[in-house]
Design a binder for this molecule. Structure first.
Ligand code: KQY
Length: 363
């Protein structure tokens, strides 16, 4: 068992590294939920396998899976990917896994947030969510490393850190009444500083249009390195995303980070717009929480990529824009290898590559 500490990471000299720093492992969780993934999750499972294989060439991967799906996952994944039986309610490891913090003595600890399925009984996507909420503690135990319990609701996809003192988030998600209605904005900001060891929080206004997570930041922007960000973009004034991207651009253009840097912004055009087809919608069980009807706009974004150990796993979503997205990444990350993975089936579930992965920083 790992010990749950009574102090905070900042008191103990720990901070969250940037995603561009080295990783020891990436965790994922196998998809099978019928009211989120079509056809019992089979097409999504293929995508998860492709993502896991692309990561595993540079970083060890552990895939958690239910008892019922263990044989299927084990059989479909190559041997170099560790498969571990663990109960979850769905497969969004970014949001249910621990966020790791490190110190300058080569030690690592997990932060366990509270998880309420993106909004609990106010506007959550499913209920119950207790098995998801236990995942972070189980992963911390698996490393026998100490951890912290933050005691407030947060999903890993709603924050980005640069590892150099700055955290990016947004008001739409973190100030949503379904998360921590009893905390003020100042209290939330202080809690983020205490648990992630950051000095400055940059509060963008909104997330991507029609994102059912209440606008996770990881679908709108991605940090390249300290002082440099990628922003989801469209030039189409008729698209509701246009105003959101304009506001974010204006905010980022006028911001400085914790070290006083002005930000370099790379615009990355969104795919589509992309919508559920009748066939896709028909393959998903109906539920109260998630909108999966023909014609429903999906929150498609190329910014939802993963950086891991010199490689970028880019979701491929639309032939018209995939090449542009790759070019933006080639400019922003000249020394990285960019690996595209077909990812529409992940998007049908409401997120993408970044949302289904969680890194364990190297120590
Ligand atoms: O974007 C994420 N981090 C999670 C998406 C959850 C969607 C649930 N249907």
């Amino acid at each position: 068992m790992s010990t749950v500490l009574q102090t905070t990471p900042i008191q103990d000299g720990f901070h969250m590294p940037g995603e561009h720093e080295r990783h020891d492992e990436i965790w994922m969780a196998w998809p099978e939920r019928n009211d989120n993934w079509r056809l019992g999750g089979k097409p999504a499972q293929e995508c998860f396998v492709d993502v896991a294989k692309a990561i595993a060439e540079v970083t060890p991967v552990t895939m958690t899976v239910s008892a019922a799906q263990y044989d299927n996952a084990r059989g479909r994944l190559p041997e170099n990917i560790r498969v571990m039986e663990m109960s979850t309610d769905d497969s969004w490891m970014r949001d249910i896994g621990p966020t790791y913090v490190v110190n300058n003595k080569g030690e690592r600890r997990g932060v366990q947030w509270e998880f309420n399925a993106w909004g609990g009984l106010v506007d959550g996507l499913y209920s119950p969510w207790n098995r998801d909420n236990e995942v972070a503690g189980k992963i911390c135990d698996s490393y026998r490393e100490d951890s912290y319990k933050a005691g407030f609701i947060l999903e890993g996809g709603s924050i980005h850190t640069d590892g150099d003192g700055t955290l990016y988030t947004n008001e739409e998600c973190l100030l949503h009444p379904s998360r921590n209605p009893d905390m003020t904005k100042d209290e939330i900001e202080q809690a983020l500083k205490d648990h992630l060891g950051v000095e400055k929080v940059l509060w963008l206004p909104d997330g991507l249009y029609n994102d059912e997570t209440n606008g996770h930041i990881d679908n709108l922007i991605h940090i390249v390195r300290p002082g440099e960000v990628i922003l989801s973009w469209t030039e189409d004034k008729e698209d509701p995303q246009y105003e959101i991207s304009q506001r974010a651009y204006e905010f980022l253009s006028n911001a400085t980070d914790a070290k006083g840097r002005k930000l370099k912004i790379h615009k990355m055009h969104i795919p589509g717009p992309l919508y559920f087809t009748a066939e896709e919608a028909a393959g998903i069980d109906m539920s109260e929480g998630m909108e999966r009807e023909e014609g429903e706009r999906m929150a498609g974004s190329y910014a939802n990529f993963l950086i891991t150990n010199g490689r970028i796993i880019l979701p491929l979503l639309d032939e018209k824009w995939d090449g542009e997205a790759r070019k933006v990444l080639e400019t922003a990350f000249p020394d990285y290898e960019i690996v595209g993975v077909p990812a529409r089936e992940i998007l049908l579930g409401g997120g993408n590559v970044h949302c289904i992965t969680q890194q364990v920083p190297a120590v």
